[in-house]
Write a protein that binds this ligand. Structure first.
Ligand code: ADP
Length: 264
């Protein structure tokens, strides 16, 4: 059984974060273990507003020690890292245990276009993204990492991918998703040599909660099962497309993607 350490946040509503990661690993057949960095609760009495409760460094470290000294893993994946000291801890963990990592550079909850904490973009850019085997920014995150404003076209996505690659990440996939211009959900992959586009018709649904976490986890699971980052992106694109095609409405505010859609 291949094993993954996920360092990420908990989405209490179950659609994104660690919950999406574990559901994805279960479907693809790898074993996920989790170090929680933050708890996100949603307020039903205030329009489902996101309340973020970061977890202190010592508690995150204790979870990482449980997993890496007590068991060991084949790869690491990061999601929401709420403070610069937790970003630094994730980077140090990669060095100490010589692990490959899929870095999902989460900077805000979906639908919000301000980073939760602006200093985190700098810490991700300087400390963690340079160590990534692959990083998976959406357009907003790519803009923050590449220090470009308002990325909307494929050419701008390529420029951002190049800049993020130049930070040190070995592979980059910039996700256009529903934000990119045109009728295709296009993602730009770059390995330092060539650009490749992964595209699918845009699916007309508001229910894409957890899409980014699910995509990055599908990439992680595929790599750990022996595929190259490029092959992993290709199969993750298929996985997320099906999950979005069969997404569903959880309540009046949110609808998660459906990882179970990939069951044969
Ligand atoms: P994030 O949740 O980090 O913003 P995205 O939603 O941008 O991530 O992307 C996750 C994956 O889902 C990408 O492959 C993206 O192209 C795809 N995707 C997102 N929205 C749609 C959509 N409406 N139709 C088809 N694919 C989509």
């Amino acid at each position: 059984m291949k094993k993954v350490l996920v360092i990420a946040g908990s989405d209490t509503s179950g659609g994104a974060g660690i919950q999406a990661d574990l559901k994805t690993y279960q479907e693809i057949g790898v074993y996920g273990m989790t170090a929680l960095t933050t708890i996100v609760a949603q307020n039903p009495n205030n329009q489902w507003a996101h309340d973020v409760y970061p977890i202190d460094r010592e508690t995150v470290q204790a979870q990482i020690t449980t997993i890496l000294d007590g068991v060991g893993v084949d790869i690491m994946k990061t999601g929401m890292l709420p403070t610069t000291e937790i970003i630094e801890l994730a980077a140090n963990t990669l060095d100490k245990y010589q692990l490959d990592a899929v870095v999902d550079p989460v900077l805000a909850c979906k639908g919000q276009d301000e980073p939760l904490y602006p200093e985190n973009a700098k810490a991700l850019r300087e400390l963690l993204v340079p160590k990534a085997l692959i990083t998976t920014p959406n357009l907003f995150e790519a803009g923050q990492l590449a220090q470009m404003s308002n990325i909307t076209t494929v050419d701008e996505m390529k420029e951002a991918a190049q800049k993020i690659y130049d930070l040190g990440a070995k592979h980059v996939i910039v996700k256009g998703g529903s934000e990119v211009e045109g009728d295709q959900a296009v993602d730009v992959f770059y390995d330092g040599d060539q650009f490749e586009l992964f595209e699918h018709d845009m699916i007309d649904t508001p229910f894409t909660h957890g899409a980014g976490c699910t995509f990055a986890s599908a990439v992680t699971a595929s790599i750990v099962k022996g595929h190259s980052p490029r092959e992993a992106v290709q199969s993750a694109k298929q996985f997320i497309t099906k999950a979005i095609e069969q997404s569903w409405q959880l309540n009046e505010y949110v609808g998660p993607v459906n990882q179970f859609a990939n069951r044969k």
